[in-house]
Design a protein around this ligand. Structure first.
Ligand code: ADP
Length: 170
């Protein structure tokens, strides 16, 4: 089964996929950007599950490159898959961690039985990853990861991100 990649410009909290991916921070307790929007629109049920995860498996938080699922609360999606992108650093190549976010999110999606999954442009906001490079890693990783997910939708918040992903997805 091949995974189809689609690109959309818009707000991921509005997307009716089985699962949407959150560019979370390792605290799992909310933040700005896409994370803030997901908690704001999804309601308190998401934060409640995140708190429970912190109290059980992820006492020290979710490490960069890993992924974990919660309910999507009041969002149209069924699940939110939280993943923590690496912060961009000129002095160190953290590409493997950014690839791992995409791979691990797809692995969690497979565990859930999700067939459609929406991703934001992970690490390209507050974490400052250069868009073109983030788009390349995201598209290449989704293309090379074996998964039962049938459709991956990259939901890009602005024109710059949409254009970068369009160039990479060709
Ligand atoms: P990170 O900390 O991983 O950089 P951010 O949330 O700061 O995460 O930004 C990641 C990307 O998500 C940025 O390209 C930002 O423009 C985009 N973004 C912000 N809000 C939304 C949203 N509601 N839907 C989709 N993408 C969003």
């Amino acid at each position: 089964m091949t995974t189809t990649i689609h690109l959309t410009r818009g707000d991921i909290t509005r997307v009716d996929a089985d699962a949407i991916v959150n560019a979370a921070n390792s605290s799992l307790l909310g933040g700005g950007g896409v994370d803030g929007a997901i908690h704001r629109h999804g309601g308190p049920a998401i934060l409640e599950e995140c708190r429970a995860l912190r109290a059980s498996h992820y006492g020290k938080g979710l490490p960069a490159g890993q992924a974990v699922a919660t309910t999507a609360g009041e969002l149209p999606a069924r699940w939110v898959i939280h993943t923590v992108g690496p912060v961009w650093a000129a002095s160190e190549d953290r590409s493997d961690l950014l690839a791992s976010c995409h791979r691990e999110s797809l692995r969690v999606a497979d565990e859930l039985g999700a067939r459609t999954v929406a991703f934001p442009a992970i690490s390209t906001g507050v974490y400052r990853w250069p868009l073109e490079d983030a788009a390349r890693i995201a598209v290449e990783t989704v293309r090379s990861t074996p998964t039962a997910v049938e459709e991956v939708r990259f939901v890009l918040f602005d024109d710059r991100a949409y254009e970068a992903f369009s160039r990479q997805a060709g």
